[in-house]
Design a protein around this ligand. Structure first.
Ligand SMILES: C[S@@+](CC[C@H](N)C(=O)[O-])C[C@H]1O[C@@H](n2cnc3c(N)ncnc32)[C@H](O)[C@@H]1O
Length: 308
């Protein structure tokens, strides 16, 4: 009898807890089901309830953020994903989805690019992490504006930042390759220049006012350059010689403590089949004998901090 009584008491004592345990997977499961069926508004409500029960569950928070994106609220999704990364910078699903959201924002504005999801997310977080309240950023190679847009969005709360975007934006598209070149040529036939496409895209993205585009060759622009930068992003001419001269000529404009960022760095030691042109240049100018600390690689984005 006393055993039965004890059992009942225990059940009553733990009842709220047991219901909670039962309820949590239900909310999560039904959210996922609704999500898969494309009913994002209802899925969103279910995720919200599940998060109330388990606010530290990053998977739930990430799915919730992505659900915002699927509902068309890309900016809310972006903000939520950044909050998750603030709590745990190593939580890679949030970085990947941040990149997805940014690439979608770019596509909506007309700015197609070449970034992987992780690269897009990493660029945003790298720029956002710059402590200077008035940072100077130089982007070499802007094309349709995806990376310009990402940089500008990451600095939207720093109105005194300076973002220089250097690109030849050659009217016949000869400074770009393959599909992009054909696209530029086709638009040029309709009387729209490459540069106009860029400015239109940046207006569509709502970031044009933040940018200072400079139309010219990086090799010429650098001749009159004098400003130190918190970060220089090298993504223009991708031939070995082109990247080499850009890194050689621009790296000294990175201020001490600032960063040099390169795209398309493939390194054998990091598992690539061979070193790419940008990879060889990174080894030559940013190696152990240079004044840059050992860099980090996220997919093919190589980031190195200037030490002295
Ligand atoms: C790969 S795209 C840049 C992509 C861009 N950073 C993004 O992520 O959206 C390369 C760009 O560099 C430009 N470019 C190539 N060589 C250049 C040079 N020597 N000077 C200036 N721009 C150049 C091309 O016009 C092209 O738009």
């Amino acid at each position: 009898m006393s055993k039965i009584k004890y059992g009942l008491n225990a059940l009553l004592h733990y009842y709220p807890f047991i219901t909670e345990l039962e309820t949590l997977p239900n909310y999560e499961e039904s959210a996922k089901e609704l999500d898969q069926k494309g009913n994002f508004t209802e899925a969103h409500k279910q995720y919200e309830k599940a998060i109330q029960l388990e606010p530290k569950n990053l998977d739930l928070r990430c799915n919730f953020a992505v659900c915002h994106g699927k509902m068309g609220n890309l900016q809310t999704a972006l903000d939520e994903l950044c909050l998750i990364l603030d709590d745990d910078s190593d939580y890679s699903p949030a970085l990947e989805n941040l990149g997805r959201v940014l690439i979608m924002m770019g596509l909506q504005a007309g700015a197609e690019g070449w970034f992987s999801l992780f690269e897009a997310g990493h660029l945003y977080r790298t720029i956002q992490a710059i402590e200077n309240p008035q940072p100077v950023i130089v982007e070499l190679g802007s094309c349709y504006g995806l990376s310009s847009m990402i940089i500008a969005k990451a600095l939207k709360n720093k109105p005194n930042s300076k973002i220089y975007c250097v690109d030849a934006w050659e009217g016949d598209g000869s400074s770009v390759f393959g599909k992009t070149r054909d696209n530029i040529k086709a638009q040029a036939h309709q009387g729209i220049s490459f540069y106009e496409i860029y400015t239109q895209n940046m207006q569509n993205a709502g970031v044009y006012e933040q940018l200072s585009p400079i139309q010219g060759y990086t090799t010429n622009v650098v001749k009159d350059w004098s400003e130190e930068a918190d970060l220089i992003f090298v993504d223009a001419d991708h031939s070995y010689e082109g990247v080499r001269s850009d890194v050689r000529d621009w790296k000294d404009f990175v201020k001490v403590g600032g960063q040099l960022l390169m795209h398309d760095v493939e390194l054998e030691i990091a598992g690539s089949e061979q070193d790419s042109g940008p990879g060889l240049v990174a080894k030559e100018f940013l190696g152990p004998d240079s004044n840059f600390a050992q860099g980090s690689l996220v997919d093919t984005l190589y980031l190195a901090r200037r030490e002295s």
